[in-house]
Write a protein that binds this ligand. Sequence first.
Ligand SMILES: [Cu+2]
Length: 65
Amino acid sequence: MQNLKIDNMTCGHCAGAVQKAILSVDPQATIKVDLGNREVSVDSAALSGPIADALKAAGYDSRPA
Ligand SMILES: [Cu+2]
């Protein structure tokens, strides 16, 4: 399980874009978005680096929460 803080995930559109970016790395990922805290929990076999890269490419900076 990886918990990520994404400060510029501010609305439902962002939440959708974040989920899409993570699923592009691992279609099997289980993702829980906590929009209020701007945090995402990712249950995935994918490494954190590729997930962070995909988020960055989508315009979202992430860091461990
Ligand atoms: Cu948004």
